[in-house]
Design a binder for this molecule. Structure first.
Ligand SMILES: [Zn+2]
Length: 268
């Protein structure tokens, strides 16, 4: 198997693995903020959600776990920590809004001081996957005995998706997790709220929904969606408490009602 010092593999059920990547290796600010990659197994096919930071080979680990099944690879969205392992795979699916970003080499030079130490030997430029395929809301992946539906969930980014399995597991990407929330700008708050409402009503319709976020605690109950909705809804009321976060060069707002969230919003 590949580098299991870099990745920690957990088995959540017969058909589901979480492969955690410790991204504090990139920068200590990400200590206690593990990235969760998921591998779902069906009868004849498997699905990998996200490819991580690209700092250690992921494919050998995945190949061993899928035992000859056909592999689909999906990016939950195009942020660096979810896509930089793409070049290891033959084809990668991503929402049509973010196809372009992942089709070109990813240049980390704009944050040389952060990424330089770890990616310097690759000149801070990470090649893309050669075959990027667009997906959209409602698309279905059939793994054999288990189907996965694409749910467009814009807000965190324009092409963010969640993935809903026919066993009512909801993989939320960076749309919902406990931890620091990186929000694109204040004017996108209504869109984020709309997406969280859409997910809440989706979960209400299904029974036994369990959430599998891309960061930190996993699995989570659906109360996460309500807690996050309430927190984001309240940002306007907390706006006067914002402070400057020099590492991310953004505003940061603590949530006095819920210690599990802080909100980071670019300083425009
Ligand atoms: Zn992320």
């Amino acid at each position: 198997m590949g580098d299991t010092n870099h990745f920690t593999i957990g088995q959540l059920s017969d058909e589901l693995y979480v492969i955690q990547e410790d991204i504090s290796y990139v920068h200590p600010i990400y200590t206690n903020d593990p990235l969760n990659l998921y591998l779902l197994l069906g009868d004849h096919s498997a699905l990998l959600i996200d490819t991580g930071c690209g700092l250690a080979p992921l494919k050998p680990i995945v190949d061993e776990l899928i035992e000859g099944r056909k592999l689909f690879v999906i990016n939950s969205h195009a942020h660096w920590d979810h896509i930089l392992g793409n070049e290891e795979f033959e084809e990668v699916y991503i929402h049509e809004n973010e196809v372009e970003i992942v089709s070109y080499p990813y240049n980390l030079a704009y944050h040389k001081d952060i990424f330089g130490k770890r990616y310097g030997n690759r000149n801070l430029v990470i090649p893309p996957c050669k075959d990027i395929k667009p997906i959209k809301d409602g698309d279905i992946f059939d793994l054999g005995g288990k189907k996965i539906e694409v749910i467009h969930a814009p807000g965190h980014s324009p092409g963010s998706i969640c993935l809903l399995s026919s066993k009512n597991e909801l993989f939320t990407g960076d749309v919902a997790y406990y931890g620091d929330q990186f929000l694109p700008s204040r004017e996108f708050i209504p869109r984020i709220l709309k997406t969280l409402l859409k997910l809440k009503s989706l979960c209400r319709k299904k029974k036994n929904n369990t959430l599998y976020p891309s960061h930190q605690q996993t699995p989570c109950g659906i109360t996460l969606l309500k807690e996050l909705y309430d927190g984001v809804y309240n940002i306007d009321n907390l706006w006067h408490t914002k402070k400057f976060h020099s590492y991310f060069y953004s505003w940061i707002i603590n949530d006095p009602n819920n210690e599990r969230f802080r909100y980071l919003i670019p300083r425009l």
